[in-house]
Design a protein around this ligand. Structure first.
Ligand code: DLL
Length: 454
């Protein structure tokens, strides 16, 4: 095996050498086609490297492992990953801004940061190799989702510190596409560029694609009659009902893409257009685990819980057992047997609404609302506590073509469904089409005004 010089030293040579892009970019990378046994053998070798590398190059990991009484030498088989402690956003925040980096700044080529609605943002970084891997994995996602080399790709993920814009951009370039770097916002301009440049694919959040659909309709245009064939959507939770809505609105295939800045950015996992059955996690670069978020116990493939990731090849910012707070389950690989899939993210453990003792996520409301034909996918949830009793109001727009009476009847139906399927009482307010706030990126659906609001 050849070993790549690591930017910072490690007693074990970096087992991963990024190769040149595949000559024929429409073909899978060899690692994509590996069997489960081959992937696990690779994971073992790369995990061993990562644990040593993190311990030897990041003080915070060394202290954490030492406090936990564990040493990278203790990793003797894949299951031994459980011996190592979890990390989380707080672990990275304490190292703000650059103390979690494992290499000198001279070896860093890019820095991103998460928005950080509370407290300090989390800072993430990439070496040259890291950027190559990122581009390769995003390209894999796009190819599996049906984008082809030579396609024009309209990228409406936000450019900037957010990893969505640039992450998607370089992935599409690596696949051999012509990227139109639109970023989010300026919806009329988005519509114009889609009409004039005739892209085959669009990349954005699912709720922003709905905003773009509104833009088409406002200009008297039919979104089903564009050049678009494929959308690769992510960065926020969305449901199967939302997929159907988007596919029908634009007459396209819509696939999921998942990722988070701390682990890499978009492209940690991506969905195949042939199966549309959950995103393949690229297990040659990330080892996923599902844990019980309350007991921290590791769960079996198929069980619901919190997704945890360990990076296998990252150089600038190795990630060990990072708790994402995203709730989902792992599924066995299907068309790519070496790479397990993840189910849809049902919500984040820290975004769960507890309403009079009942736990609920906005995605459950989305699922039910979209089954009522007179109601649109545009809704928001407001939680208040008058007289010390939790109260949820769902404000939802009626569809353009539904009368106020029909939408009101639809609202009653939704209220009953929420009561029977979720177990929560709520008030439904029907809003006029186009009156609720639209997103140009991640949409905020929940306004919790209890305890003064957050
Ligand atoms: O949102 C990276 C990304 C950009 C993914 C573009 C896909 C497309 P962050 O801003 O760090 O990174 O936010 C990460 O967003 O922990 C999830 O809670 C949520 N998320 C990302 N993708 C999905 C998805 C980017 N496909 C956080 N489904 C994650 C549900 C998602 N939630």
């Amino acid at each position: 095996m050849t070993s790549a010089p690591s930017p910072a030293g490690c007693s074990i040579p970096q087992p991963f050498v990024p190769g040149p892009p595949a000559a024929d970019r429409s073909q899978p990378d060899p690692e994509e086609l590996m069997s489960r046994d081959e992937i696990e053998a690779l994971q073992f070798e790369r995990l061993r490297w990562t644990l040593h590398y993190a311990y030897e190059n990041v003080d915070a990991y060394r202290e954490l492992f030492d406090d936990h009484g564990v040493h990278p030498r203790d990793f003797q088989q894949l299951e031994d990953l459980r011996l190592f402690p979890y990390t989380d956003k707080e672990f990275l925040r304490k190292a703000y801004p650059f103390k979690s980096f494992a290499v000198d700044m001279a070896d860093i080529r890019r820095i991103h940061a998460s928005s950080g609605t509370t407290g300090q943002p989390t800072v993430v970084a990439y070496t040259e190799n890291d950027l190559q891997v990122w581009g390769t994995l995003v390209a894999r996602c796009f190819r599996n989702s049906g984008i082809k080399p030579g396609d024009k790709v309209h990228n409406a993920y936000g450019y900037g510190l957010f990893t969505g814009g640039l992450g998607a951009h370089y992935g599409a370039e690596r696949l051999g596409c012509a990227v139109i770097p639109m970023s989010g916002g300026q919806t009329e301009k988005q519509v114009q560029m889609i009409r004039d440049f005739e892209p085959q694919a669009i990349l954005c959040t699912p709720t922003y694609l709905l905003t773009i659909a509104d833009g088409f309709k406002a200009m008297g245009l039919d979104p089903r009659k564009t050049s678009l064939r494929t959308a690769v959507l992510g960065a926020e939770p969305w449901t199967e009902e939302m997929r159907r809505e988007i596919e029908q609105t634009f007459n396209i295939d819509a696939c999921d893409i998942y990722g988070l800045s701390e682990v890499m950015g978009p492209g940690v996992a991506g969905e195949s257009v042939d199966t549309k059955a959950g995103s393949h996690i690229w297990e040659d670069h990330f080892r996923p685990e599902i844990i019980d978020p309350f007991t921290d116990e590791v769960l079996e493939t198929g069980q619901h819980g919190e997704l945890v990731f360990t990076s296998l090849t990252k150089e600038a910012l190795p990630i060990i057992r990072y708790r994402t707070h995203d709730l989902t389950r792992l599924l066995p690989g299907n068309d790519l047997p070496g790479h397990r899939r993840m189910g849809r993210i049902t919500g984040r453990s820290d975004d769960m609404i507890i309403l009079r003792g009942v736990n609920l996520f906005p995605s459950q409301i989305e699922e039910l609302a979209l089954q009522v034909p007179t109601l649109s996918p545009h809704f928001m949830l407001e939680i208040t506590r008058p007289n010390r009793m939790d109260q949820m109001t769902v404000t939802i727009e009626r569809r353009d073509d539904a009368s106020v009476e029909d939408a009101t009847a639809g609202g009653k139906k939704l209220q009953q469904e929420i009561k029977t399927k979720i177990g929560s009482s709520c008030t439904i307010t029907i809003a006029e089409p186009g009156t609720l706030a639209r997103s140009s990126g991640k949409l905020r659906r929940v306004y919790d005004l209890r305890d003064g609001g957050k």
